[in-house]
Design a protein around this ligand. Structure first.
Ligand code: BTN
Length: 327
């Protein structure tokens, strides 16, 4: 952040913490060590980014409306993280934020860099699928991470991300999300968000991981393509409430940072428990079609390596890594 940006950042912080009360120009000028006219200039810049600020003589300034226009600035103002999203790359249109993230990571972008787009023209899903990313309708975002963990532990980060998305949806909305193994976020049995984790690694060392998050937020039911209509939904469709995108991303980044720091410090066990508490159909009998056979077994949880744990009729616990599951 350059000096100007950091002043504006602190200005927003000061205005936001007083919760719609007026903050005097005098106080702002003292706290920020700049003149009253410099403050006024900063206010004009904030208005360009969509803030509505009221200035009343002898009372001071207050924020009447925060913008829901995603930009590097609006995301950073009021962002409560230490390291995540301190470097943000925002694009109105991107082919895929994953591709931009890979490119940035190859060019040494820092751990915690976030790439976010208003729309994607070639959004990527898992297993080579397309990911529909309509303009302003959701969160289309990739996070660059450089964790000192082994490549084998990388799937834990995907499970971690799923728990973070479930937490955010529960905190911000009235919806009750579940996680369908390995990492689909569902509301009322329909997919609301997905995660695509990609890694660049040597044998035993990760160069970087890109965690791609796609969350359907403000679509109405008829805004999904016919091909996914029966399976996909959005937060708005399930709660009847439009969600502003900027605070949602800020909450997501905040919760992600907390979960990630906890994971690096204490390991996977907290995440495993949380994942299982959100798990779709845990304890139910499910049917798994692998290459050669079809198994019927009770879904009991998730293993440290990200595998699905099942309990078969003959009393064995098995790990399942892939296969078609009939839920
Ligand atoms: C899935 O198949 O469930 C994963 C979907 C991941 C979509 C996100 S949107 C942001 C990032 N950029 C992409 O091209 N894909 C991921």
């Amino acid at each position: 952040m350059d000096k100007m940006e950091s002043t504006r950042y602190r200005l927003i912080e000061l205005l936001k913490t007083t919760d719609h009360e007026y903050v005097s120009g005098q106080l702002l000028s003292e706290r920020l060590h700049i003149s009253r006219s410099a403050i006024w200039k900063h206010m004009k810049e904030l208005e360009k980014d969509g803030y509505v600020i009221e200035g009343v003589s002898r009372k001071g300034y207050r924020i009447v409306k925060s913008p829901d226009k995603v930009s590097e600035n609006t995301l950073q103002w009021g962002l409560k993280t230490e390291w995540l999203g301190r470097n943000i790359i925002h694009r109105a249109t991107a082919d895929s934020t994953q591709r931009i993230a890979h490119q940035a990571a190859r060019n040494n972008a820092a751990h915690g860099t976030v790439i976010v787009a208003d729309e994607q023209t070639a959004g990527k899903g898992r297993m080579g699928r397309q990911w529909n990313s309509a303009k302003h309708k959701g969160i289309w975002m990739s996070i660059i991470l450089r964790p000192a963990i082994t490549p084998a532990a990388a799937p834990q980060l995907t499970l971690l991300t799923a728990t973070v998305l479930a937490d955010v949806i529960s905190e911000v909305t009235i919806a009750k999300p579940t996680i369908k193994w390995p990492n689909d976020l569902l509301i009322n049995h329909k997919k609301t968000a997905g995660i695509l984790t990609e890694m660049q690694a040597e044998q035993d060392r990760i160069q970087y991981i890109i965690v791609g998050i796609g969350m359907n937020v403000n679509h109405t039911a008829d805004e999904f393509p016919v091909s996914v209509k029966n399976k996909a939904t959005s937060v708005k469709s399930e709660t009847a409430n439009e969600q502003p995108i900027v605070p949602l991303i800020q909450q997501l980044l905040h919760d992600f940072e907390q979960a990630y720091d906890d994971f690096i410090e204490h390991g996977f066990s907290n995440i495993k428990n949380k994942w299982e508490s959100y798990a779709y159909r845990i304890g139910d009998t499910i049917r798994i079609q692998t290459n050669h056979t079809e198994i019927e077994a009770v879904f009991t949880g998730v293993a440290e390596d990200g595998a699905l744990l099942i309990h078969t009729d003959n009393g064995e616990t098995q790990k399942v890594y892939s296969g078609e599951i009939e839920w």
